[in-house]
Design a protein around this ligand. Structure first.
Ligand SMILES: Cc1ncc(COP(=O)(O)O)c(C=O)c1O
Length: 397
């Protein structure tokens, strides 16, 4: 290991130095070392990328498509993305001015925060949620206003948002993910209208992460951008819908004035995405618009199985409208510290879960059902046995 010259340790950016790397990867490594564990921790599809998309990638390489592409994305991809958003969610975006391609939604989140935030600006983030929003906002100098949603079915209510926006005139943006990670909860048409009504009365942006839009189970996905096109910065992609997390393609769609500014950040970070992943993404958005259907059916079966299993165990959980997570309350007869509980469950029940604390909800655990039905059945049986034993311990003591 090369060590740094003494005196340079504190010369880096203060916020970066204070930001801890994600603990999730280290925890996953620790859990995986438990013999015969069923790992239900991953936040990515367990399916393969559809064949026609892989072929498009191969063909792109064979065509020697190996030069710097336009920074905002190839014309083919931008136009495929615009027509996908139109066909799927009835959104009107001009591919030449209103869309930008990023390295996954992860880069999109950073680009948007960097574009919007001046030091000290406030960003409203309903909790629990994907932790990258707050980390990216803080790295860009923002301050976070958390709103707890636990008392409201894990969805932000229009009343709570109105109170926060009325009291905090320095709010720059509100971040909403629907369906959300870790809860799978999604906003319906009426809830979207109510929130849009509140936001439209303030000069704030809505950053809407709709990466799980194709994984909504009992109704169609409704986009916030439909209700609030002039204020919404929409983020979506192919990671979850087309089982393409490793291709790293996300999109941002928003009014042209904001896209042209986000493009400045994107170009500095990335120059452009790889040609090959953009060719694959263009294929996904144009000829794969229903690729998610069979995966969605499979996830729905798994979700329904888990709903019955957790009801049988008498464990409270958030109703999962979408995504592939079951977010449940640690029963009161167990250790409420989610990290300790995850470790105990891994050792004693051989099931790998993710602590709720990492998403802003201590006392909860996240189970990912991006796993085979056989694994889910084994995990449910093991968890049931574990919880019965824990309950007995309390009753006997
Ligand atoms: C809500 C949410 N947004 C964004 C991402 C990251 O997406 P991408 O793989 O496209 O960077 C994830 C990944 O788990 C997520 O859960």
């Amino acid at each position: 290991m090369t060590s740094l010259k003494k005196g340079l340790e504190k010369k880096t950016n203060d916020i970066i130095r204070a930001t801890k790397p994600s603990q999730i990867l280290a925890l996953n490594k620790e859990l995986r070392s438990v013999d015969d564990i069923v790992m239900l921790t991953v936040g990515e599809p367990d399916f393969n990328t559809p064949e026609h998309i892989k072929q498009a990638a191969v063909q792109d390489i064979l065509n020697n498509d190996s030069h710097y592409a336009p920074s905002r994305g190839t014309a083919a991809l931008l136009s495929a993305a615009a027509s996908y958003l139109k066909k799927k969610y009835q959104l009107d975006y001009d591919s030449e001015t209103d869309i930008l391609v990023t390295t996954g939604v992860t880069e999109a989140i950073f680009d948007v925060m960097k574009t919007l935030i001046n030091s000290g600006d406030q960003i409203v983030i309903p909790q629990p949620t994907f932790p990258v929003y707050a980390s990216a906002a803080k790295v860009c100098g923002g301050q976070i206003i958390d709103i707890s949603t636990a008392e409201d079915g894990f969805l932000l209510t229009a009343d709570k948002l109105k109170t926060v926006l009325d009291q905090n005139p320095c709010v720059k943006a509100v971040v909403i993910a629907s369906p959300g990670n870790p809860t799978g909860a999604a906003y319906d048409q009426q809830q979207i209208q109510q929130l849009a009504q509140v936001i439209s009365q303030h000069d704030v942006f809505l950053i809407s992460d709709e990466i799980y839009s194709e994984l909504v189970y009992d109704r169609s996905h409704v986009s916030f951008a439909k209700a609030l096109p002039k204020q919404t910065i929409l983020m979506n992609g192919i990671s979850k819908s087309h089982a393409m997390t490793g291709y790293r393609v996300g999109i941002i769609a928003a009014p042209a004035e904001i896209i042209s500014q986000i493009a400045v950040v994107h170009e500095l970070i990335d120059t452009a995405l790889p040609d090959v992943t953009m060719a694959a993404a263009a294929e996904a958005f144009s000829n794969g618009i229903d690729d998610a259907k069979s995966m969605r059916q499979e996830y729905k079966k798994r979700r329904d199985f888990l709903i019955s299993a957790f009801k049988k165990m008498d464990i409270d959980f958030v109703h999962p409208d979408g995504a592939f997570y079951l977010f449940f309350k640690i029963p009161d007869y167990c250790d409420q510290n989610s990290l300790r509980s995850v470790r105990q469950i891994a050792q004693e029940a051989r099931v790998g879960l993710t602590p709720g604390a990492g998403f802003g909800a201590e006392g909860y655990l996240r189970l990912s059902y991006a796993a085979s039905m056989a694994d889910l059945e084994t995990a449910a049986a093991r968890l049931e046995k574990f919880f019965v034993k824990e309950k007995e311990k309390i009753t006997l003591s």
